[in-house]
Design a protein around this ligand. Structure first.
Ligand SMILES: NC(=O)c1ccc[n+]([C@@H]2O[C@H](COP(=O)([O-])OP(=O)(O)OC[C@H]3O[C@@H](n4cnc5c(N)ncnc54)[C@H](OP(=O)(O)O)[C@@H]3O)[C@@H](O)[C@H]2O)c1
Length: 263
């Protein structure tokens, strides 16, 4: 952990899962640049991100946690949020970004342990972390936001991606119900489930590298890359953070960066 900044003015504080690479790393980089206090959760902390924080004098903590075992991570997060010095928090955000794919193909051929791990990291972990976050920050009157990174595949079905589709549809509906709960509270948190577009990350490598005999959409993903239609992680992160920053955050719970860009 970096030493706490000597300046004790309130600063925005953001927690993000899956910041070791891909979209999450892009988001974490932007947040540090903007002066947020940042906590990240993933299996492998990122040395370059730590170096960036050191250069900027930013407050970064990276936890090495496996979100297929989310209860322990959620309990640890609850303690961490309860320990935040209230006077130094300008706003508090949880970005549930981490997700784990099962090898693309029919569920009938999927390894049961992989299906279970994917659902735990991609859906159960966001639910438990969100519960811990909200429970530990309910006394705060500064803006609190939960941004769940969803996918178009939570809204449109695709053969060979049933587990991922189910995890993201679950995340969307969890977000809808949670937004209703928070709407019943004074100073309730804003909730958004956001599809981030298509991004040039390891997840896309996994999709276009799949066996076309088992995954009929493999060619579609190969085409996205070949035709230069993937956003860089940096560009996608900027779009995600434009959603987080929006004055009307939470008014539309189910969102897509491609719609936000047009509005
Ligand atoms: N890429 C796209 O085109 C696309 C499109 C729509 C939606 N999304 C969504 O955007 C988000 C980010 O995707 P991405 O493309 O950046 O994925 P990615 O490149 O595969 O990165 C996934 C991140 O999640 C973390 N993660 C995976 N399993 C974990 C586990 N068991 N415990 C803790 N952390 C774990 C990884 O960290 P470690 O490996 O270090 O644990 C990594 O930082 C995901 O929610 C994804 O569904 C992506």
């Amino acid at each position: 952990m970096n030493p706490a900044p000597t300046d004790s003015r309130p600063t925005p504080c953001s927690i993000i899962t899956g910041a070791s690479r891909g979209l999450g790393l892009g988001i974490a980089r932007h947040l540090l640049q903007r002066g947020h206090r940042v906590l990240t959760l993933q299996r492998s902390p990122n040395a370059d991100l730590a170096a960036q924080a050191t250069r900027l004098g930013a407050n970064l903590e990276q936890w090495a946690v496996d979100l297929t075992q989310p209860a322990e991570a959620a309990a640890r997060l609850k303690t961490w949020v309860l320990g935040l010095p209230r006077a130094q928090v300008a706003s508090l955000h949880l970005i549930n970004n981490a997700a784990l794919l099962v090898e693309p193909g029919p569920v009938s051929g999927a390894d049961a342990a992989s299906v279970s791990a994917a659902m735990r990291a991609s859906l159960e972990a966001p639910m438990l972390l969100t519960g811990a976050f909200l429970a530990a920050s309910g006394d705060l009157t500064v803006p609190r936001k939960v941004l769940n990174i969803s996918s178009g595949l939570g809204r449109f079905a695709m053969a060979g991606s049933a587990v991922y589709c189910a995890a993201k549809a679950g995340l969307d509906h969890f977000s809808r119900a949670l937004a209703l709960e928070e709407g019943e509270r004074p100073h309730g948190a804003g909730i958004v489930s956001l599809a981030p577009g298509v991004i040039d990350t390891d997840m896309q490598v996994q999709l276009r590298g799949a066996d076309p005999a088992r995954f009929s959409s493999q060619g579609r993903f190969a085409g996205l890359k070949a035709q230069g239609q993937l956003d860089s992680a940096d560009a996608a992160a900027a779009k995600v953070l434009a959603c987080l920053d929006a004055a009307d955050f939470g008014q539309k719970v189910i969102a897509d960066v491609r719609e936000l860009a047009q509005s």
